[in-house]
Design a protein around this ligand. Structure first.
Ligand SMILES: *Cc1c(COP(=O)(O)O)cnc(C)c1O
Length: 414
């Protein structure tokens, strides 16, 4: 061991002394995150710190991550090829499993072509940075996922953030700049922390009025919304009006990876120019096989989506009966309970864990200040009895702590 790193009392000394202060700072603001280990159990359960808890924190909406058929597909691919893809897809990492998955995604999305990325984050960052440039103007909803924001920053385009769903400001800002090459609107289709659906029809109207194009991230829409599970764009009938649609294979699809589906020119351009897939090793072939099998299941078993909708509605009703407020515009499986104070969110999540429920506690910078929250995710695997018990547990723990959840839009108490 490097002796310089050991202090007199034998403790480890950080080579960057300011980091200890920065961590202390985070801790005093209630923003320090702990690393934990979660062991997945069947049917929507998991084990954390030796306790079996209902998993209401992951994004495995359709309960496919552990599906025997999905895992069998991965094992079969593993048996006949390598674990790693060994190179960037552009060099020699694109295997028959990658090609099959891209084809499967294109069919699923009813688009002529599709391109894989190592993750959904890489798809967002790489696609926006490849399509938008310094002469462009991007308008970005304030509630957009961090990976969209990072893509906008990386693109070096002029980049403005509008208040969540503030369409008047959006249109005003889009019209302001005259010397702009191209205008873009970038948005989540389902907002990951509020669970509400973007007003995509109005966004398309504004884009058309202002000569802008839309980039939509369907991370929480794919598999969940729409007649065929293609997401919010399908559900709202705007697929043909959205220039670029990005998705992830890591949420409802239960696997890993990101994708863009669309016109062959768009796909060819991203294949050549999207640095996050050009300069990163391709997905594992086993993951591609798993995602392909999962998309087959999503297409063949629409009951999963129907059950998810019913379970989400059931849980929301139970919360309403219990008098627990959520974000009023939110629908579907992402259920936020806004507590404002980060420590309160962490405390409440810990109490719920004691009672057998794993829920996310989400704090800044993931959400704006004073909107720390529980983020509860309903999945196809959850049973009504368990969801009803969770709603009761939330009401009781809120009562014990003297907390009153509020809507995202209400002002924090002084
Ligand atoms: C999770 C998420 C991503 C990133 O997807 P990964 O496949 O996990 O990298 C992108 N956008 C949104 C809105 C997300 O919630």
């Amino acid at each position: 061991m490097n002796l310089k790193l050991v202090s007199r009392d034998g403790g480890l000394m950080s080579p960057l002394s300011w980091i200890a202060d920065a961590l202390q700072d985070l801790k005093s603001q209630g923003l320090l995150r702990r690393r934990r280990v979660t062991q997945v159990l069947p049917e929507g359960w998991c084990e954390v710190d030796g306790r079996r808890v209902l998993d209401c924190a992951s994004n495995d909406y359709l309960n496919l991550a552990g599906d025997a058929r999905v895992i069998a597909a991965a094992v079969e691919a593993l048996r006949s090829t390598s674990i790693g893809a060994r190179a960037s897809p552009l060099v020699c990492g694109r295997s028959p499993w990658h090609e099959r998955l891209e084809h499967r995604i294109a069919c699923f999305e009813a688009q002529p072509d599709a391109l894989l990325f190592p993750t959904g984050m890489a798809a967002n960052v790489g696609t926006i940075a490849a399509l938008c440039g310094a002469e462009d103007l991007i308008l970005c909803d304030r509630a957009n996922h961090a990976s969209l924001v990072d893509g906008c920053r990386l693109s070096q385009a002029k980049f403005r953030v509008y208040r969540h769903d503030d369409l008047l400001t959006l249109e005003h800002e889009l019209r302001k700049d005259s010397g702009v090459r191209r205008r873009w609107i970038v948005t989540d289709s389902v907002f990951s922390m509020d669970g509400d659906v973007a007003p995509l029809q109005q966004l398309c109207d504004i884009a058309e009025r202002c000569g802008a194009e839309l980039i939509v991230d369907e991370a929480h829409g794919t598999g969940v919304l729409g007649e065929n599970g293609r997401g919010a764009c399908e559900a709202l009938g705007v697929e043909h009006r959205v220039a670029v649609r990005i998705g992830t294979l890591s949420k409802a699809v239960g696997a890993q990876g990101g994708f863009v589906a669309g016109h062959p020119d768009l796909i060819d351009y991203l294949w050549n120019r999207a640095r996050s897939q050009v300069y990163s090793t391709a997905l594992s072939p086993a993951v591609c096989a798993a995602a392909t099998a999962a998309l087959d299941i999503i297409a063949a078993e629409p009951w999963r989506r129907t059950r998810l909708e019913a379970a989400s509605e059931f849980f929301r009703t139970q919360l309403r009966i219990a008098g627990v407020e959520t974000v009023f515009s939110s629908t579907g499986p992402i259920v936020p309970v806004i507590l404002r104070d980060p420590n309160a969110a962490v405390e409440l999540a810990a109490q719920l864990e004691q009672r057998g429920f794993l829920v996310g506690s989400i704090r800044p910078p993931t959400v704006p200040r004073d909107t720390s929250r529980l983020r509860i995710v309903v999945t196809t695997a959850h049973q009504d009895e368990d969801l009803a018990r969770l709603a009761t547990a939330i009401r009781e723990e809120l009562g014990k702590a003297g907390l009153q959840p509020g809507d995202r839009r209400s002002r924090p108490k002084p």
